[in-house]
Design a protein around this ligand. Structure first.
Ligand code: TYM
Length: 334
């Protein structure tokens, strides 16, 4: 039986965080066992902010190496660069014409970005339509993402549904979102655990990047918000103890020890004990990760062959879907 398709993407912008790893990449790795996975480095999405040529190229190869170091196997699956498969931008235009203006205006990420950005370009607005093209080109069954992408995936479903309904034929598979199962779909900021940990945060003390040194990790975790319970109480409670809960989620996901077992282990211990355990485990985990990363990163011949191969394989799927779309809308005169 043909395996169902999983598709997801990641932007090659700056240093990725432990949130990107837990919420997305760790899921990507797990899903390879059961599904045929297609993962894309979304370089076109990264253009909504100004990019310098040599920086973007470097970031693309860095992000590919991060994916490989996270355990994505390019032999069994496809990993490719979005701009290398031209069908993404072609389908993007067609889907523009099937997307409601008012719905786009209501996208929370867009509303947040226009407050933060000086460069409010049209790309920021139509960003989720390119995501729709990415996902729908591959007849995707599941899309592993973090919580911040839920609204975009709902929009993609709407676009696919509207297109199929208009033409009375199932041209696109309606995709489903796939969120992390161990509370990892929204890793929060260290200093304000009610907001998402984000690589674009100006205050870098809020985030743990995959490349932070041991000393930096120590400082950031030591300052991470807990609470003022007396006696200290290491208990998972997202509503009343967001700081402690966020730390337990991070710890549980990098050690693969359940939150329940961690609560038991830290019963009657204090926040300092918890933080020291997190520092030790994060440093250990990221050291191992970086060792793998640098092995891939220094082998640009391998990286480039993975990229070329990935684009060739992805294009076969993309072409087949785009042909169906062209046929049904009447763009098929030969
Ligand atoms: P991006 O590059 O911002 O993030 C990549 C993935 O990481 C997840 N993520 C998090 N998960 C948990 N906690 C966090 N703090 C956290 N921060 C980020 C994101 O939810 C995402 O899954 N537009 C997308 C890239 C994209 C895409 C696609 C995704 C392009 N095309 C098609 C899915 C399908 C983005 O900017 O992700």
């Amino acid at each position: 039986m043909k395996k169902k398709i999983v598709f997801s993407g990641i932007q090659p912008t700056g240093l990725l965080t432990i949130g990107n790893y837990i919420g997305a990449l760790s899921q990507w790795k797990k899903l390879q066992k059961k599904y045929f996975c297609i993962y894309c480095i979304a370089d076109l999405h990264a253009l909504t902010i100004y990019q310098k040529e040599n920086v973007l190229n470097k970031n693309i190869l860095d992000t590919l190496s991060v994916c490989l170091a996270s355990g994505i196997d390019p032999k069994k699956n496809i990993i490719f660069i979005q701009s290398h498969v031209s069908q993404h931008t072609q389908l993007n235009w067609i889907l523009n014409c099937f997307t409601n203006f008012g719905v786009l205006k209501r996208m929370t990420q867009f509303k947040k970005k226009i407050h933060l950005n000086k460069n409010i370009n049209a790309g920021l607005f139509s960003y989720p339509i390119l995501m729709a093209a990415d996902i729908l080109l591959y007849q995707t069954y599941k899309v592993p993402v973090g919580k911040d992408q839920i609204q975009h995936i709902e929009l993609v479903r709407d676009i696919a549904y509207r297109f199929n309904k208009t033409y009375g034929k199932k041209i696109f598979t309606i995709p489903k979102k796939k969120l992390h199962e161990n509370y990892g779909s929204c890793i929060m900021s260290l200093l304000s655990p009610m907001t998402k940990m984000s690589k674009s945060d100006d205050n870098k003390n809020n985030i743990i990047t995959l490349f932070d040194s041991d000393l930096t990790i120590r400082k950031k975790i030591q300052h991470a918000v807990t609470d003022s319970d007396n006696p200290p109480n290491i208990k998972f409670d997202l509503k009343n103890k967001p700081g402690i809960s966020n730390l337990l989620i991070i710890l549980s996901n990098i050690t693969e020890i359940s939150i329940q077992k961690l609560e038991y282990y830290f019963y009657k211990k204090n926040y300092h004990d918890l933080k020291e355990f997190i520092i030790f485990n994060l440093c250990f985990f990221l050291k191992k990760f970086r060792k793998k990363f640098f092995l891939y990163r220094k082998n640009e011949t391998l990286l480039k062959s993975i990229i070329i191969n990935g684009a060739q394989k992805a294009e076969k799927y993309a072409k087949s879907t785009l042909k169906k779309v062209h046929n049904i809308i009447g763009l098929n005169i030969k």
